[in-house]
Design a protein around this ligand. Structure first.
Ligand SMILES: [Zn+2]
Length: 182
């Protein structure tokens, strides 16, 4: 029961951080509905079960993957949430990693920054999101142009702070990297 409320708190805190960032970049509705599937039974129950392994320091779904080989909650989540590049990836499509529409890329950026804030509580800086990006970069199955776009947004955040995070600034970079790809 303790972990039920602990996980609920983590989800709420994360969604609140995402919502604030989404408002900043002009997509409040995306912020409002962000990650709602985490309240579904499939996702919530697994997270509660593995919360005691991860202790809230990282995603309980990762703990589940390590123990069981896969996470049903994650498979449920990525199939329904367009802000994850895994939603769009399809090895059998002509372009397995397509260009993801701008609003979902914006939501993804907000999600990544918010996750850095949630898991680096107390020692978060504007550099955390780019550091995390470099750590997992080779595993990101996202369109190469979008990867460069995401990298530049996070570099600019690390150098200029959150004042860089406006829809206009980010859209300019999105066009810079996706024009070539279309
Ligand atoms: Zn999500």
């Amino acid at each position: 029961m303790k972990y039920f409320f602990k996980h609920l708190h983590t989800v709420n805190i994360h969604r609140w951080e995402v919502f604030k960032l989404c408002c900043k970049v002009g997509i409040p509705f995306r912020g409002l509905i962000h990650d709602l599937s985490k309240y579904s039974f499939e996702e919530f129950s697994e997270s509660v079960k593995y919360y005691k392994v991860s202790k809230g320091a990282y995603s309980p779904l990762l703990a589940c993957k390590k123990r069981e080989g896969y996470s049903k909650a994650w498979l449920h989540h990525k199939g329904r949430n367009k802000h994850h590049f895994e939603y769009w990836y399809d090895y059998a499509a002509p372009t397995p990693a397509p260009i993801i529409p701008f609003k979902y890329m914006l939501e993804m950026i907000c999600d990544r920054i918010a996750a850095s804030k949630t898991y680096n509580r107390g020692h978060y800086t504007d550099k955390c999101a780019i550091d995390y990006f470099y750590k997992e970069e080779k595993n990101i199955k996202m369109n190469e142009n979008l990867k460069k776009f995401l990298e530049e947004v996070l570099i600019r955040l690390s150098k200029e702070g959150e004042s860089f995070l406006t829809k206009k600034n980010i859209y300019k970079l999105y066009l810079k990297y996706t024009k070539k790809a279309h």
